[in-house]
Ligand binder design. Structure first.
Ligand SMILES: Cc1cc2nc3c(=O)[nH]c(=O)nc-3n(C[C@H](O)[C@H](O)[C@H](O)COP(=O)(O)O)c2cc1C
Length: 176
């Protein structure tokens, strides 16, 4: 199959996940890796499977990824799968990152896109975002230090391994 892994990443976390997915897909398929800015929407139908990835911004997919999703034609030939990285931990996920999931699901439903699901993991936030989290999202200093120690490890080797497993599952679903 022809596989495209397209991603939007400002500080490299989502790009690491994209590279892991692309490496896995390359084992048995013709896979290419592109940043969202390189994508021409009219060419998406050249692919059998498109993995679309984003950093989570303001609780949702980043604006360039939302614009790309909005531009997807109805009932495209390709199958879609999503991935995203976010700074929030499980405790804050619903409030701070769950719109990423609804955006993939709503577009897929509205445009009749075959959607193979999504993968997500934490990604260490940049220093300004760390400041925001310290100020707005985590009240206690102890909890913030604990959070920071943990989030700095992501995406971890285990996260990237899970992304590879996700890629394998999506590709076998797409081949059915
Ligand atoms: C402008 C901006 C807004 C962000 N908003 C959120 C957010 O609402 N929820 C969240 O979990 N993470 C948020 N983050 C953190 C990023 O999603 C996270 O660090 C991600 O791994 C960054 O991916 P990247 O390195 O591929 O750019 C935000 C980051 C930036 C720069």
């Amino acid at each position: 199959m022809r596989v495209l892994v397209a991603y939007y990443s400002e500080t490299g976390n989502t790009e690491k996940v994209a590279r892991a997915i692309c490496e896995e897909a390359s084992k048995e398929h013709e896979a290419s890796l592109k940043s969202v800015g390189e994508i021409i929407v009219g060419n998406l139908n050249d692919y059998d499977v498109v993995f679309l990835g984003s950093a989570c911004h303001s609780t949702d997919l980043a604006a360039p990824v939302k614009r790309l999703l909005d531009a997807i034609p109805d009932s495209p030939k390709f199958k879609l799968a999503g991935f995203f990285t976010h700074a929030t931990s499980t405790a804050g996920f619903h409030r701070w990152a769950s719109k990423c999931i609804s955006s993939f699901q709503n577009t897929s439903r509205e445009r009749q896109v075959d959607f193979g699901g999504y993968y997500n993991c934490q990604g260490v936030p940049s220093p300004p975002v760390q400041e925001f989290i310290k100020r707005e999202a985590i009240a206690s200093a102890d909890k913030y230090e604990e959070y920071l120690e943990e989030v700095r490890k992501h995406p971890s080797p285990e996260d990237l391994q899970k992304a590879r497993e996700f890629a394998r599952e999506v590709l076998s679903w797409a081949q059915e």
